[in-house]
Design a protein around this ligand. Structure first.
Ligand SMILES: [Zn+2]
Length: 174
């Protein structure tokens, strides 16, 4: 599929009727909030959106975003590379009643005053959610672990590390 510019907003009803699919490289310079959460963003952001009507006649869209970033390792304070990946399916809603009636597999998103949804904002929100709560090198790559004598300490720390996907799931449920 040819890469095109990702529109800031789309009308998801029209897009679903057309079965619109958009693949794009979103300039990283547009991701200011995300940039603040990282040391650096390594490249422009890979995004793919596809709009569809499901069997219940709900207008939905599916998306994927990915980019590599540099984060600061919380153990040794050195930079580390982290691959951000997120995949999501949204169903646009007009009100709380629609939101409450959505099948669990969809995340609700509100239409704006023009009947559109903001794709750039979704990309940025999803990228921020994909960041680990506590960034750490793998033990073998971490400068700190080369200095630490007590292995017991490291293993304990690893065992307590929260699963980043649990954290993501919790954030999304809020
Ligand atoms: Zn480290």
């Amino acid at each position: 599929m040819q890469k095109v510019k990702l529109p800031i907003s789309v009308d998801p009803v029209k897009a679903a009727q057309k079965g619109l699919q958009i693949e794009s490289l979103l300039p990283k310079s547009l991701m200011k909030r995300f940039a603040e959460s990282t040391i650096s963003i390594q490249s422009d952001i890979n995004t793919a959106f596809s709009f569809d009507i499901d069997q219940q006649k709900l207008r939905i869209f599916h998306g994927k975003v990915s980019v590599a970033v540099e984060l600061s390792c919380q153990r040794c304070n050195e930079p580390m590379l982290y691959q951000c990946e997120a995949e999501f399916t949204y169903c646009p809603v007009h009100n709380e009643e629609q939101e409450n009636n959505l099948p669990d597999v969809y995340e609700p998103i509100y239409y704006d005053q023009n009947g559109e949804v903001n794709l750039h904002q979704i990309v940025e929100d999803e990228l921020i959610l994909s960041l680990p709560q506590i960034a750490k090198h793998a033990i073998k790559d971490c400068n700190q672990s080369k200095l630490v004598v007590s292995f017991g300490e490291i293993e304990e720390e690893e065992a307590q590390r929260p699963n980043p996907f649990d954290a993501l799931a919790q954030l999304k449920r809020k």
